[in-house]
Design a protein around this ligand. Structure first.
Ligand SMILES: [Zn+2]
Length: 74
């Protein structure tokens, strides 16, 4: 399976629906995008995923990190 966001094949099954085998959930080990099998193709299909939100795996190490929460004032 190919990740819709970064187009790598490092995708694994995250979990399945607890009842009725209704859906599976997948996660990409490269960019951590996750999705449920029942979501629309613009969220699950690499060819239909919005190109604006695609990620190049080689750019991930250079992305900004979320600023840490400063210590609480006493
Ligand atoms: Zn990915």
């Amino acid at each position: 399976m190919i990740c819709p966001r970064c187009d790598t094949d490092k995708v694994e099954l995250l979990t399945k629906s607890p009842v009725g085998n209704a859906w599976e959930m997948y996660i990409c080990n490269t960019c951590t995008y996750s999705w449920r099998s029942t979501e629309t193709p613009d969220k699950t299909d690499p060819k239909r995923y919005n190109a604006k939100f695609k990620i190049k795996p080689e750019s991930i190490p250079n992305m900004l990190v979320i600023p840490p929460v400063p210590p609480l004032k006493a």
